[in-house]
Design a protein around this ligand. Structure first.
Ligand SMILES: [Ca+2]
Length: 275
């Protein structure tokens, strides 16, 4: 649903933004794309965002276009999914703001859009990167209807491609690119992770599942085990148990880690926070 929170001059009070967010939540919205930002912190907006996320809404917003190392508000909130811009060469766009709360980047230069009277426009800014991420959140929510803000963030950031942005895109998180450049396919693969092959012998278990091409560098998975239905899940932490091949991840245990392979039990694979 389109919700207007700015006036004819493209400005609006924070109270209008908060009312717009509250309106979206009370009318059943699942994902909010907020391609806007201010310079000051605003308590009413922060409260509205916190409330939205508590209601299962995913809130995506823009980093800002000052080219500096201060994110716009509400992109500066930890709670927001904050999106910066890349250019035609997959490099961080010069105008895209940086900061520790930046989560990922997406294309934001010369993006095709519609003007007010329906003509084709090409426009530039983190405002155009943000709906790319919000759109991927809609795809993720289609396969996981109860997707939360935290889960969406984990899927987006674990699937994002790291070190594609040149020398400033240092390994892992960095304040210019967040966790990397959006990759919808990777994030959808992660959202549908399911063990589809199990090989088990008296002293050996091997699980495997379909995974993104960059799984070897991102290592996004965690395998958990429980010995009976009534017991709790225990994370298995040995990283050398994983083997990454093109499009598939394997997890092996010879019983040495927990002695589990010789007994009956249950395994599951989950995503872990990006590292
Ligand atoms: Ca990086």
């Amino acid at each position: 649903m389109p919700i207007k929170v700015l006036d004819d001059w493209n400005t609006g009070f924070y109270s209008w933004w908060a009312q717009g967010i509250d309106f979206a939540v009370s009318n059943g919205c699942k994902i909010i794309n907020f391609s806007g930002g201010g310079t000051a912190y605003g308590q009413t907006v922060a409260r509205a965002i916190t409330n939205a996320i508590a209601h299962g809404v995913i809130f995506v917003t823009a980093a800002g276009n000052e080219g500096g190392n201060v994110l716009g508000f509400p992109g500066s909130l930890d709670a927001s999914i904050t999106v910066g811009a890349t250019d035609r060469n997959d490099q961080r766009a010069e105008f895209s703001d940086s900061g520790p709360q930046l989560d990922l980047v997406a294309p934001g230069e010369d993006i095709a859009t519609l003007g007010l009277d329906g003509e084709l426009w090409f426009d530039t800014g983190t405002s155009f990167s943000t709906p790319m991420v919000a759109g991927v959140c809609a795809l993720l929510a289609a396969v996981r209807p109860n997707l939360t803000q935290a889960e969406a963030l984990q899927l987006l950031c674990s699937g994002a491609e790291d070190q594609v942005g040149g020398i400033t895109d240092t390994p892992g998180f960095d304040t210019s690119h967040g966790w990397g450049r959006l990759n919808a396919y990777h994030s959808l693969l992660l959202a549908t992770t399911q063990v589809d092959q199990v090989r088990r012998t008296y002293n050996h278990v091997e699980l495997s599942w379909v995974s993104p091409a960059n799984a070897g560098s991102r290592q996004p998975y965690q395998v958990e085990y429980k010995s009976s239905l009534g017991s709790g899940w225990v994370p298995l932490t040995n990283p050398s148990a994983f083997r990454y091949e093109a499009g598939r991840t394997y997890w092996n245990d010879d019983g040495s880690e927990t002695g589990i392979a010789t007994s009956t039990g249950y395994f599951r694979v989950k995503l872990r926070p990006p590292q």
